[in-house]
Design a protein around this ligand. Sequence first.
Ligand SMILES: NC(=O)c1ccc[n+]([C@@H]2O[C@H](COP(=O)([O-])OP(=O)(O)OC[C@H]3O[C@@H](n4cnc5c(N)ncnc54)[C@H](OP(=O)(O)O)[C@@H]3O)[C@@H](O)[C@H]2O)c1
Length: 221
Amino acid sequence: MILITGASSGLGAALARHYDQDGQAVVITGRNRERLRRVADGLSAGTQAKAAELTDPVQVGDLLDGLPRPPKTVIHCAGSGYFGPLESQTPDAIRALLDNNVTSTILLIQALVQRYKEQQLKLVVVMSTAAQVAKAGESTYCAAKWAVRGFIESMRLELKGSPMKLIAVYPGGMATEFWETSGKPQDTSGFMSADEAATMLKQALQSSEHGYISDIGISRG
Ligand SMILES: NC(=O)c1ccc[n+]([C@@H]2O[C@H](COP(=O)([O-])OP(=O)(O)OC[C@H]3O[C@@H](n4cnc5c(N)ncnc54)[C@H](OP(=O)(O)O)[C@@H]3O)[C@@H](O)[C@H]2O)c1
């Protein structure tokens, strides 16, 4: 079973459709129940959709405890953007940005490690090229994604020897609702569609008995 966060929209929703078409059992989660339901309506009848605010540890715990069985793969796509010169950014929006990207990742991974540390679990965390390079006008978004990267790389060391594997994903620009909710007017006509990115990511997530791809860059071009 595959648990996909951020699946009410964008990359997460596209991945859910791809895995569902493959006949794999998928549980999707997001905050917005209506959008989540619309995605679930396009998937197999047995697909479970569970709303959860991932910045709330109680809801994260309830989400995992409500799963029909331990997941083999978790793909964490939930996140949000916020851009512009630092002097124009508001404290509340900066806090929300850090919560949606950093707190959600830490709480989700903490809850997964607490439950499944000794189990074979592929844990895929979607970051951004903004976790790899500095970008003017994206300082707080870069700060959030670099923080997630630091956390993931540290957790890899902490989980050394555990069958739980952390896979880092660094996508470039995708044409999704992300830009609308980030408040940044952006011409996304040259960006990857969520479906294109999901196709490439799903291919890269294939593993063999003794190996897996640990770091995945998805560049647009
Ligand atoms: N789009 C791009 O150009 C781009 C490029 C590089 C990296 N990324 C990263 O890729 C990931 C997916 O982005 P996307 O383009 O698919 O964005 P998207 O279409 O805006 O989807 C974001 C998803 O995250 C969920 N989410 C956000 N905050 C959450 C929270 N606190 N708790 C639970 N769910 C939450 C949203 O749920 P609701 O619908 O309920 O709000 C939605 O399902 C993000 O981490 C983003 O930073 C995006």
